[in-house]
Design a protein. Structure first.
Length: 145
């Protein structure tokens, strides 16, 4: 089940991200404040347990996906795709025409996943990530109804 993020999801999202080193690492306080600055956040939930989440923001007809995390035990079960489809539907509803994201250059699984979903590589940022330092592959997907 995919639903909107609630404040009670902060600790679960923080823990999922900590267990997923390739994801963006934010403080627990950042998760507690999600949504207060206009971010769009959805969670995947199974048996009242958060198994994944997606964080995005929209501005001037474009959107950026800031973080996508799926629990290791639930990967390759369609949760990431379901989260992306939920976000895509909302993006289309409000008139977003392009979606952007960055992926660690070493995260081959994520690169393949996003390419299979329709994202294309658009650029590279050297040294974008820390711990470890590595580059980011910039990706874009153009949306049509």
């Amino acid at each position: 089940m995919i639903r909107k993020y609630e404040a009670r999801d902060a600790e679960a999202a923080f823990t999922l991200a900590k267990d997923s080193l390739e994801s963006a690492q934010w403080s627990l306080q950042s998760y507690r404040e999600l949504g207060s600055a206009g971010e769009w956040v959805w969670v995947a939930e199974a048996r009242e347990h958060v198994t994944g989440f997606l964080v995005a923001r929209e501005m001037a007809g474009e959107a950026e996906i800031l973080n996508v995390v799926v629990d290791k035990a639930h990967r390759r079960a369609g949760l990431g795709r379901s989260l992306l489809q939920t976000a895509r539907s909302e993006f289309l509803r409000v008139g977003v025409s392009r979606v952007f994201l960055e992926v660690r250059e070493s995260n081959r699984g994520a690169l393949e996943f996003y390419e299979n979903y329709g994202f294309v590589r658009k650029g590279f940022r050297k040294g974008y990530y820390h711990e470890p330092v590595e580059g980011a592959v910039l990706m874009e997907m153009k949306l049509t109804g």
